[in-house]
Design a binder for this molecule. Sequence first.
Ligand code: GLC
Length: 818
Amino acid sequence: MEEKEKQSLPEISIEQLEEGVQHVNNPIIGLKPIEKRYLQSVKECKQVNNSFYFTDGESTVEVMVVSDEIIRVRMAPQGTFLEDFSYAVPKLVNSATVFSLSETEEDYRVETNTVSCIINKKHFLVSFADNQQNIINEDLSAMHWEENVDFGGYYVYCTKKGHPGEGYFGLGDKPTTFNMRGKRFQNWNTDTYSFAKDQDPLYRSIPFYIGLKETTAYGIFFDNSYRTYFDFGQEDQDKTSFWAEGGELLYYYIHGPHMMDVVKRYHTLTGTHPMPPQWALGYQQCRWSYYPESKVRKLGKTFRDKKIPCDALYLDIDYMDGYRCFTWNKKYFPDPKKMVKELADDGFKTVVIIDPGIKVDENYWVYKEGKENKYFCRRSDDYFMEGHVWPGRCQFPDFTNPEVREWWGGLFKGLVDTGVAGIWNDMNEPAVFGSGTFPDDVRHQYDGHRGSHRKAHNVYGMQMVRATYDGLKKLYKNKRPLTITRAGYAGVQRYSSVWTGDNLASWEHLKLALLQCVRLSVSGVSFCGTDIGGFTGEPDGELFSRWIQLGVFSPFMRAHSAGDTREREPWSYGEEFEAINRKFIELRYKLMPYFYSAFWEHHKYGFPILRPVVMLEQDKIENRTREEEFTFGDKILISPILNPGQTSKTVYLPEGKWFDYWTHESYEGGREHTAHAELDSMPIFVRAGSVIPEWPVMQYVGEKDLEEIKFQVYHSPYEVNSFYYEDHGDTFAYEQDIYTEKKFVVKGDDQSLNIRQSSEGLYTPRYETYDLKLIGLPFLPKRIIIDGKEQIVDLEFDALKRVRIQANKNFKEIQVLS
Ligand code: GLC
C-alpha cells in the first residue's frame, strides 16, 4: 500500500474500542452523516484559460470569465464537475478582452474591465463588485449541498444577502406581483388548467431573475433543469436563495447596472427569437375547436365580410383522427389541402395543434415508427412510459434524443404539404391525465448526457418545440415557420413563441395577463401572449374588448377559448363591441411596421419587446411597484384599462415629453396623469421625438402592396433616435443582410424641426415615398428644406393639429422651419 493511503486510514480511538469497534477497516468509521455541507476555507487556486478553480481540499468551485460583464460560477462538492452541457446556453464563447487574478491575505479576485468576482478565502464566500469596488451581490453563507440518497447526486444551495428594498423581477410566467420580493417560487413545468393568481409553478421554467439593489441591477441565471426553487426574502428578509433538487450549482452573474443591460446580456447566453413570419404579428383566431370544415370556412368568411382583419385560423385537437397526431379526421375535413389552399387564397394561414402523446395503436404509422426505432421514453426497468392524454393510452417521444428530434421534425412533411403554415405544441410539460406528468424514473437520452425525468422534465417541452421548429424550417426551405408552445425552459425563445396557458375569463386574469407578458418579456421570452378573453369561463363584451385592447400590445395576439364556452369571436357580443374590437384589431395592423421593428430590435440586439416602467427608470423607488404601465418597444407606452366600468385611470409617464396617441395632446413625464378611456379607447402615449411607421389597414399581412409608407413624426425639444426595420417578411434572407434598418434622428425647437435619416442593409422596398405627419409642432411651417432643396409649400394644420409633408424614401435630412 502506498505511504499516502496508509496515512489516510482512520485510526481507532480508545473510546471507539471501548464502544465495541473492532476493526481498523470498519467501513462505518469516517462516514460523514447526511446533512447539509458547506464549502470550507479556500486552500488553493489554479487557472486554466478563462477559468479559475478554487478548492477547499475536497470541493472545487469554478469561476469562469464569460465576457467582460458575465461570470459563471459552479461548484463540484467532490471536486469533479459534471459534463458541461446546457440546453439553455448552446455555446459559451469567451469574449472577455482582459481579465486577471490577484490575491490578498483575505481574498482572491478575478477581474474583468467591468466586474470583480471576489472569493473570500476564510469562508469561501463569493461576491461580485463593479469596477468602482461597490459590492452588488454577495453570498451570505458558503455554497452548500446535501447528498441525495434516493437518486444520487446532491441538493445544491446558494444563499445570497438580501437588502432592504431590493427588487426582484423575472422568472418567466409567475402569475403574481411584478416585484417578487417576499415570495418563494419553484420551477417545475405543470399543466395548470384554470390556474389561479399566485399559483406556482405553472407551465414554464425560466430560472433567471434580475435583482435591483438600490439603483443597480444585476442578473442571476441558475442554469439547472431540475426542480429549482427561488426565495426572495420570504424565509428571511435578509436572504435571497436558490436551490435545486439535483444537477450542479451553476449560475451566471450578469452585470448591469441597468436592467436593460442585464436582459440584453442574458440574451447573449440564451439567444433571441428568430424573426417570425410577419403575418404571425397579425390577429390570430383560435378556439377549441373549429370543426367541421364548413365552420372554419364560415369563420374565415365572417372575418372578411365584417372587415375585421385576421391572419391565422387555428385548428385544435378535433381536426385529427381520434387525436392521433399528424392525421386528419376525414369526416370533418374531407379535403384539408383544398380547404387550407382556399383559406390561404383569402389571406388566412392555417395553424394546427400537435401534442407529444402518441396513441398506442399498432395500425398507426407514427406509433409504429416510434416503436420500431425505440424513440419512446422508458421507465427505469425498461417498461414504456405510458399515460393517458387526449387520444387515450399514449407513449411519448424522447425529445432529448437528437435522433428523435430529427424524426419528429420530418413527421411534419404531410402537414406542410397540406399547406399548414404554423404548429402549435401543447401539453408538453409533459401533461399526463391523472398523474399530472411523467414519474421521476423515466429515462432520457439528454443529448448523450443521460438523465432521469427529474433532470429532463423542465426541458422536455422546449426540446419538443425545437424539434418542431427545426423540422418545419427544413421543410419550408427558406420560409419562416410559426411555432407556439405551452411549456418551455430558458432559451425556448430560440425556437418558439409561447402563450400563457389555460387562463380564465375574469378581470383578475386580465391583469395577470399583463403581468405575465411583461414578466416573460424581461425573462427572455418576448414573443408571448395570452388567450384573449380567457380560456375557461365566459367574458362579457366589455371584458373581451378590454382584453383585445391589451392583446394589441401583446407581441403574440391570439384569441382562444375552451370548447365548453360560448362562441367567442370579435363579433360575438353585438355591434357596439364588434366596432370596438374592429377598431383595435385595425390598430394592430396600422402599427404593424412599428411592432415588426420592435421585434427586430429584440432579435438583433436582445431588447425585450415589452418593458415595464421600472426598467425605464430603475432609480425611482416607486417604479418598483408600478405594474400597469409598460412600453411596447421603445416609443409607445400603454396602460390598459383593467377594471369593469372603468373609463379613466392614473397613468405614470416616465421623464420626458409624451403625446396622447389619439388626441396628440402633449404631457410632461416624470409624473402621473389622469387618462380618460371610454370602452372604445385605451390610454396610449408616444414619446416626443418618435418616428412611428404606419401601414394602411389591411385585412391580413400582405393584402395590399405599399405605395408609400406613413410616418407619424412627433416634435421634440431634445434629440431622439427611432428605428424602422423592413424585409421580405417571410424568408430568412435577413440572415444575409437582406433587410433595411433605418435610423431617424429628430430634434426641434420653437421655430424648427430637423429629421435626419440613415440606413443600412441591402433590402429595397418597392415604394418610393414617405408620407410624414408632423405632430406637436409649436409653429406653422413656412419652409421645408429636403436635402438642401427648398420646397414650395402652403401648409395647414389638420383637425388634429398635424401637418403633412411628403419626401423621397431616401432623404437624408428634412428641415421644417417657421
Ligand atoms: C389544453 C390547452 C388548450 C387547448 C386544449 C385542447 O388545455 O392549453 O389551449 O385548447 O388543451 O387541445
